[in-house]
Ligand binder design. Structure first.
Ligand code: SAM
Length: 370
């Protein structure tokens, strides 16, 4: 939320209004370059004359001129004046979005397509109960939906994997339980890099089907085990692991659901074991969460306020009885951070007996009025 000191001057009020409206305009410009594959076209051509571009994209010449102007002003294109007219090449914003990481640019495009499937529905009507014209389910219900979401996850897994590795010393972990662990991408990656590590992957049957193939292909069947489960139906997670990971899982659900899952993790962990939450915490990712939560407005299977702050998780974890152990620093490599907490170690039996004896003794002394 913007921190606005009241009252604003007329000029600042107008600025505020136009900033909001321009946000929508910029979104549409971004969508349009993606829909026309303009970044790929300009990457392959380097530069292109305005008249050639208009012809190649089969555009209305006057509207195209207005579009080029705006794209240039917003940094999507760069233009040069020549004797033959304007020549266009990639602008700084498009170059940055494309970056060097193909998977990230691929993901930005996928997210934009997903956004487009709903963004032009009437929010007014939807809020009054109109049907949303989308038949995609969350969580995925069939193979096609599961393949689509898991491809998103796999192609964006480099950042969370490296964030988790920097936050947790996996050399010291014996058995990792990866809840909602996609198609086994992280499980296989960690198992390959840490040969002592056993991993159990817990996911819905549709995702486990994909994971089974990947784990076999990686030759890791002996160390990466799979458990088909649905954390809305199951009351317990597989027990006895010393690290339970929720990577980009709890941010799909409300605080109430997250609390229930973290309690299940607490019960399943060995004493002294850790839980790790890796996701885009709200405090560092405001625009990110606004964009996603807007998307979810058109998707009734999503709960409310799914992107939570690390503070919210800290409270949930300590209320359950965990001891907070670390919150990783946000780096330039990733939008994700990792919060870890430990299940308290069991008191050794002998200490427990002494405690009980002292308690009993104290009660007896009170009874005899000592
Ligand atoms: C956003 S993906 C995260 C995948 C992976 N952890 C990662 O970070 O790449 C969420 C995962 O949660 C799983 N999931 C969703 N609902 C579930 C449920 N009710 N029980 C078990 N897993 C579930 C999905 O199948 C999917 O693999």
């Amino acid at each position: 939320m913007k921190d606005i000191k009241e009252p604003l001057s007329n000029r600042k009020r107008a600025d505020l209004y136009y900033e909001l409206l321009a946000g929508g305009a910029k979104t549409k410009l971004l969508e349009s370059i993606i829909n026309f594959n303009l970044p790929e076209l300009l990457s392959s051509k380097g530069e292109i004359l305005e008249s050639d571009l208009t012809k190649e994209l089969e555009l209305h010449p006057l509207r195209a001129k207005k579009w080029y102007f705006l794209l240039t002003r917003e940094g999507f294109l760069r233009r040069k004046k020549t004797d033959l007219g304007y020549v266009y090449c990639l602008g700084p914003v498009t170059k940055q979005l494309m970056g060097k990481n193909n998977d990230q640019w691929w993901f930005f495009k996928q997210m934009t397509y997903s956004w487009q499937t709903i963004a032009y529905e009437s929010l007014y009507s939807i809020l009054r109960g109109a049907t949303v014209n989308s038949d995609i389910h969350w969580p995925p219900k069939n193979d096609i939906e599961s393949i689509a979401i898991e491809e998103w996850m796999t192609r964006t897994s480099v950042a969370p994997i490296s964030t988790i590795e920097s936050a947790i010393n996996l050399n010291k972990v014996k058995h990792l339980l990866d809840i909602g662990g996609g198609e086994g991408t992280m499980a296989c990656d960690f198992a390959k890099k840490y040969p002592h590590l056993k991993v159990t992957l817990y996911n819905l049957p549709v995702a486990i089907k994909l994971a089974r193939k990947n784990i076999k292909l990686a030759g890791l069947d002996d160390r990466v085990k799979m458990v088909e489960g649905d954390f809305f139906k199951d009351r317990t997670f597989p027990a006895g692991c010393d690290l339970i990971l929720f990577s980009r899982v709890l941010c799909d659900w409300s605080s109430e659901t997250a609390e229930r899952l973290l309690k299940m993790a607490y019960e399943a962990l060995s004493p002294g074991g850790q839980v790790a939450i890796c996701e885009a915490f709200q405090e560092n990712n405001k625009d990110f969460s606004t964009a996603w939560e807007f998307r979810y407005l058109f998707w009734d299977e999503f709960e409310t306020e799914v992107f939570k702050s690390s503070l919210t998780y800290k409270k949930i974890l300590t209320d359950i009885g965990y001891k907070l152990t670390s919150l990783s620093k946000l780096t330039d490599d990733s939008t994700y951070t990792v919060l870890t907490a430990q299940k308290k170690k069991q008191i050794p039996i002998i200490q427990n007996i002494i405690r009980k004896w002292i308690g009993w003794k104290y009660e007896r002394m009170q009874e005899i009025g000592y």
